[in-house]
Design a protein around this ligand. Sequence first.
Ligand code: H79
Length: 455
Amino acid sequence: MMKRRTALQIGAGAIGALTFNTNSFSQIPKILPADPESLIAWRKKRFGMFIHWGPVSLTGKEIGWSRASETNATKTDWREYDQLYKRFNPEQFDANAWVSVAQDAGMKYMVLTTRHHDGFCLWDSAYTDYDIMSTPFRRDVLKELTDACKQKEMAFGPYFSICDWRNPDYGVSNDAKPGYPPEGGKADFDRFVKYNQNQLREQVEKYGPYLVFWFDGEWEKPWTRERGVELNNFCRGLQPSVLINNRVDKGRKGMEGMFAGDGIQYAGDFGTPEQRVGLFNRDTPWETCMTIGRQWAWKPNDEIKSLKECLNTFIQTIGGDGNLLFNVGPMPDGRIEPRQVERLREMGEWIKAHQDAIYETRGGPYKPGKWGAATCKGDTIYLFITGAIGETIKLPPLSKAPEIARVLNGPILNHQQEANELRIEFGARKPDPIATVIELRVPGDALSIEPIDVS
Ligand code: H79
């Protein structure tokens, strides 16, 4: 049982303040924090694969949200949507192949939609029949994938939506989850919360240890701060080293995804900007999640982003001190679409050629912008110049004047630092079409240099 106390939630360490939710003053248990070492290890990975998959891929429409009260180009009537699993038979699913695709892309962790808002479970769950074992496929996808991850040293975490728009106990009804609770039925939200906890415990026991619990669907009304903190602490009890995203609680600021900044201390170890690169922030860990095409779930002939756009997103994210969780939507036959595989492979090729400037780095000190972005590690700053590059690269001066400048894995460049400017002589060299990466050796720790705006 959590020790309850008069909550101390307004600013970490504040004493004696009361917290309140929208309705009433209430006592909220202490938020069990992340293990700092786990957070450091997670940050070092920098790049992960998000996977949105389920029976919905048979329709080519969006996961979760396409479950509706009518069928059209973007929606599927729930009476039909909830039967899709009976046709879900991804015979070409090969967990090892998925992990190889991620590894070839330079990704160091994976997050799979084990349960999205539609409630379908991609693992063999003892708590529902609406799972992978009720499909003609009858193979435990989560088991196969977590086994493959363990074998190939790929970290793993489940996406788990707090919403379940098909579950009668969830008890919230609108166009996206019509038909529930059934006529005359009675929703029991406490029982629903227990169901979630049972499934999460089941997962950790059968498939853990996990890198992260990636929650979503926290914005609807039945979910409260009390429930969020309780879930956070429940997960920490299951596995003390696990990380938990900020969608466990009510503190997320819209699609910007960072914490609300309203003086309340919310549960969650990192911010989650969605479909956008987060702003430079070294104080709160964050991870941008973004699709490789236009949809989370697979869509035939979806428009895949160009290599340049994909890598630019990655560079802007790591330069802002965030991680990137980049999404693919596998096809109904179980394969990741070849066009997506090819784009990821191209990304991986570039990333591997520049890996020293990527893994285990932090963002900055130069803040990202049109010019490009920077990362740093030890006594080295890495510049990723994506914008126009002339014979002389001009940047604001550094409080620790660089001793050496060189093209990453390439020749030394002349440089001078003056009062108002750092100049690096790039000369008539050929820029890299994605980003020219230049390393600067500075005297001492590069991370202690204050962040600098670049106009
Ligand atoms: O799984 C993918 C999407 O299916 C899922 N999140 C990603 C990772 C997602 N579900 N819903 N949405 C995305 C869009 C929801 C947007 C809103 Fe809101 C919910 C708008 C208003 C309520 C976000 C949360 C912005 C404010 C609160």
